[in-house]
Design a protein around this ligand. Sequence first.
Ligand SMILES: Nc1ncnc2c1ncn2[C@@H]1O[C@H](COP(=O)(O)OP(=O)(O)OP(=O)(O)O)[C@@H](O)[C@H]1O
Length: 451
Amino acid sequence: MKDNALQPRLHILLIDNRVFERPALLVILRLNYKVTVSQTAEEAIPTLLDDPPAMIIIDAGEQNMEFLSLIEEYDQQTPLLLVGQHPDDEYAGDGFNRSALKMWIEHTITSRKLKTQVASLEAGDTKVQSFASFITCNQTLFQIFRTLQRVLDTDVPVLITGESGTGKELIAQGIHNQSKRMEQPFVALNCAAIPETLLETELFGYEKGAFTGATAPKIGKLEYAGEGTIFLDEIGDMPLLTQAKLLRAIQERAIERVGGHKSIPFKARILAATNKNLPEEIQRRAFREDLFYRLNTVHVELPSLRERREDIPLLIMHFLKAFSQRYDKNILGISPTVLHALQKYDWPGNVRELVNIVHHAVLLSDGPRIELKDLPAELRFGRGIIMMLDQVGKVPLDALVEQAKNDFERQIITLVLEKFNYNKARSAQFLGIDRKTLYRKIKTLRIQDEK
Ligand SMILES: Nc1ncnc2c1ncn2[C@@H]1O[C@H](COP(=O)(O)OP(=O)(O)OP(=O)(O)O)[C@@H](O)[C@H]1O
C-alpha cells in the first residue's frame, strides 16, 4: 500500500519452513503488511490466538498439508492462501507480479469478510435499536433516540431534518405512537404538495360561505388533530403568509377557520420536517426566523444512508424478510457480491431507494439468495455507464470508450488530489506518475485544481 501512513497495516501470518531459503516473498509482503513468520503450524498457534491475522499464507509443501488440519482446529474463519513452491528468484524477479499478489490477498480477505458479514446478518446478530418501527445500528441515531425519548411526553415541537427518504416521517410517527397522545389522531400534511391557496384552508378549515363554493363548513388539519399530533412535512416550502398564520396559532394556542370569527383552542403537538436548510432559507427571507425558533425547540438531523453505511445490510435484511413474506417467497439472504455492490452505492434516495431496490430484487429473484442479476442496472454497472447508453449508436463506439476512459481517469486523479489536499508531489507519487505528467493530465482532462 502506498498510503501506509493513513491506514493500519493488515496483519498476515506466513507459515513457511523455507522462508530463509527464499526471503523475497517475505520482503514483498512486508512492503505492504505487518507479517508474523512461523516456520511450523505449532509455532503459529499462539499468534492465531493472541493476535489474530487477517489472512494466513501457507507454503504448499507436502508436509504443510498436515499444518492445514492443525490450523483448521483452531481457526476456521481466517482466509488461507496457499503459495506454490516457487524458487526465490521467481518471487524476486520481474515475472512475479507483486501487485497481483496484493490484489489476490485483499480480494480473499474482503470476500471472507463479506461472507462472515452476510452470515452474521442472516443470523441477525448485529446490535440494533429501534424507535417504533425505525431501525438502526448507527451511533448518531442511538443518540437521537435518547433525545427523543426524553421529550416524548412533553408538548415541545420537534424539528426533524435530513435528506429525502432518511425516515423523517417514520420518526414523527414514532414520536406520536409512543407518546401519551397515541390514542389521539396523527395528522400529516405535506406543505409542498398543496397549492398555496389550498394550503391555508387545509390547515385552518373554513366556514360555510367563506368563499364561492364553500357550501358547507370544513374542519382543517390543525383542528382535526385535536389533542394528537400534527406533522407538517416539507415545512421549508410553506408560503410566508401561511407561516405567519401558523405562528399566530402557535403563539395564541388558538385557530380561526377561514371566514370565521370563532376562536378554536389548538392543542395538538407540532412536529415539522424538511430537507431544506432553514437558516439558509431565513437568510433568503423565504422562512420566518420567529417561526423557526418556535419549531426548533428540539432539532434532530437524520444522517443520510451513505453516512451510516452500517445500516445498509441491516435494512436490506429487514426489508428482504418483509417482502419475502409478502410475496410468499423463500429468500434467505443476499450474495456477498450483491452486498458489496449495495455497500459501495451512494444512495441518493436514502432508505426509500433501498426499500424500492429490495422490493424489486425480491420480485425478480428465483431464490434462495438475491444475486447481482436481480439488481437494477445502475447498481450493477454504475450510473456513468447507464447515462452513456443514451449516446450509444449516436456517437462512434471508439469515441464513447475514449470518453469513458477520460472520465474514469479524471475521477481517479481528482480523488487522489483530494486525498492529498491537492499536493501535486504526493499525488503524483501515489499515482505512480511523475509530476509533469500529473500537471499535463490536470490540464488536458480539465481537472479542477483547488490549489
Ligand atoms: N430506519 C428505518 N427503518 C425502517 N424503515 C425505514 C427507515 N428509514 C426509512 N424507512 C422507510 O423508508 C421510506 C421513506 O421514509 P420516510 O417517508 O419516513 O422518509 P422522509 O425522510 O420523510 O422522506 P421525504 O423527505 O421524501 O418525505 C418509508 O417506507 C419508511 O418506512
